[in-house]
Write a protein that binds this ligand. Structure first.
Ligand code: RTP
Ligand code: MG
Length: 148
């Protein structure tokens, strides 16, 4: 089954939105297989956002993601990579659709609450970057037969 990497960014943690955000993926029907509350080192931040290295906002992006604890997660489900991006909404919360996390709860492109992997390749590399294999829990909730 497909897996994706999601992280509640420091603004989501500071604004006490952890349960609100996690709840949206739980109630949707996806399965949590990895979860940790952690500070992000500069090295991890620079690797995670390496694709944006040449962009003007790279420095502030790294500053922000290392500014306080984040909730790093791996979620599992059919089509979860693209579906989670839909649940999250567009990068800029000001244009993100109502009903999405960013559309409902955010107001600033630099403070958009949550990260989600954007493709199968990035999901795979981000999961490997943030989690050791033994930190992931291989399980299937029995309720799954009611969803699939
Ligand atoms: P993320 O990687 O955090 O899930 O966000 P995303 O895919 O929706 O957006 P991406 O293009 O990957 O950009 C990464 C983060 O950089 C910040 N950003 N600022 N023009 C700007 O000022 C600008 N563009 C992007 C956002 O915080 C975005 O989440
Ligand atoms: Mg991205």
């Amino acid at each position: 089954m497909e897996r994706t990497f999601l992280a509640i960014k420091p603004d989501g943690v500071q604004r006490k939105l952890i349960s609100e955000i996690i709840g949206r993926f739980e109630t949707k029907g996806f399965t949590l297989v990895g979860l940790k509350f952690m500070n992000v080192s500069r090295e991890l931040a620079e690797q995670h956002y390496g694709v944006h290295k040449e962009r003007p906002f790279f420095g502030s992006l790294v500053e922000f993601i290392t500014s306080g604890p984040v909730v790093a997660m791996v979620w599992e489900g059919d089509g979860v990579i693209a579906a989670a991006r839909k649940v999250i909404g567009a990068t800029n919360p000001l244009t993100a659709e109502p009903g999405t996390i960013r559309g409902d709860l955010g107001a600033n492109i630099g403070r958009n609450l949550i990260h989600g992997s954007d493709a199968p390749e990035t999901a795979q590399s981000e999961i490997a970057l943030w989690f050791k294999e033994e930190e992931l829990v291989n399980w299937q909730p029995t309720i799954l037969s009611w969803i699939y």
